[in-house]
Design a protein around this ligand. Structure first.
Ligand code: DOR
Ligand code: ZN
Length: 345
């Protein structure tokens, strides 16, 4: 038996959804995590500060009694977003970031930004007030190969934007490529990246070898092995610019197991066990706390959590359910394809 005590972690990229799904999944996060950045891609999206406050209240109402969990709210950037509303939401302490979805990039992104120029007044205001922009870093042009969409986004959208507005703090969400890791490492300031649990574990073979596996399909899609290894090196390096954002994204099974399945992998329930396994494999258990509990709050200007959690390595494998039942239907849990021996006790 081996114990590892770390500050209580936070999840810097989480999809909680709404209604019955929200009620069905929130306990899997609030059990282990103190805070999470909540993604705004609901239908309709969370666009105004008033939308975010109403959504925050629905989330708080769904937290199981006894759990201490703070949702950190984001706004969904649209062509119509009002800079004054964003600033007021930020000043009140409610809004912690604004999310840029290129239109069409992923689940419920059709109201997203088509041309970055249309969002410049909001982005300039955010740079001025120090409010971070979280980006889904993929181009959507149909002639760009899906495996190249992150690298092309960096070159054609992100880098020009950062040159235009160097003061803007940008979180590159769910980095999936060596290109993304290298770009973040080369930046001098105002750029950080979140990394998901699953992108540290799977490469694209998980989706395509031996039959098509919808429960390993997410966006950005998992890439080649060399990219997974670059993500592992970044996450386990202790570099303060990289932190955990699970992108845990529940969809009910019928919407994944069909001819046009939704993107999203559900990892909230077993993320900490998976991460301890990965960090141990990389001989970097001493860096897990930085990745999961310290680097994220430092980037968002918040204190690290005072409480701790204990991870215990046990001889018997920890069993997680293959699916969870939500009021909205069954959701398949991420299967890392190896036994998990680290439990949160
Ligand atoms: O796989 C994903 N699922 N990637 C995203 O960017 C969105 C998310 C979702 O909301 O389902
Ligand atoms: Zn996401």
């Amino acid at each position: 038996m081996q114990d590892l005590v770390i500050r209580r972690p936070d999840d810097w990229h989480l999809h909680l959804r709404d209604g019955d799904m929200l009620k069905g999944v929130i306990a899997d996060t609030s059990r282990h995590f103190a805070r999470a950045i909540i993604m705004p891609n609901l239908v309709p999206p969370v666009v105004t500060a008033a939308d975010a406050e109403a959504y925050r209240e629905r989330i708080v109402a769904a937290i199981p009694a006894g759990d201490r969990f703070e949702p950190l709210m984001t706004l969904y950037l649209t062509a119509g977003t009002n800079p004054d509303d964003v600033e007021a939401g930020h000043k009140s302490g409610l809004v912690k970031a604004v999310k840029l979805y290129p239109a069409g990039a992923t689940t419920n992104s059709h109201s997203g930004v088509r041309n970055i120029d249309e969002a410049m007044p909001v982005l300039e205001r955010m740079a001025k007030i120090g409010l971070p922009l979280c980006v889904h870093g993929e181009v959507t042009a149909s002639d760009v190969d899906i495996f190249d969409r992150e690298a092309v986004f960096i070159e054609t959208v992100l880098d020009p934007l950062r040159k235009r507005l160097p003061e803007l703090k940008v979180t590159m969400e769910h980095v999936t490529t060596k290109d993304g890791v290298d770009y973040i490492k080369a930046s001098k300031a105002n750029l950080a990246g979140s990394i998901t649990t699953h992108h540290l574990i799977i490469n694209r073979n998980a989706i395509l070898v031996g039959g098509i596996k919808p429960h390993y399909y997410c966006l950005p899609v998992a890439k080649r092995e060399n990219h997974r290894l670059a993500l592992r090196a970044a996450a386990t390096s202790g570099d303060a610019r990289f932190f955990l954002g699970t992108d845990s994204a529940p969809h009910v099974d019928p919407l994944k197991e069909c001819a046009c399945g939704c993107a999203g992998i559900y990892t909230s329930i077993n993320t900490m066990s998976c991460l301890a396994h990965v960090f141990e494999e990389e001989a970097a258990l001493d860096k897990l706390e930085a990745f999961a509990s310290l680097n994220g709050p430092a980037w968002y200007g918040l204190p690290a959590n005072d409480e701790t959690i204990t991870l215990r390595k046990q001889a018997d494998a920890v069993s997680y359910p293959a699916k969870i039942d939500t009021g909205a239907g069954p959701v398949t849990v991420f299967d890392p394809m190896f036994p998990l021996h680290w439990a949160v006790v």
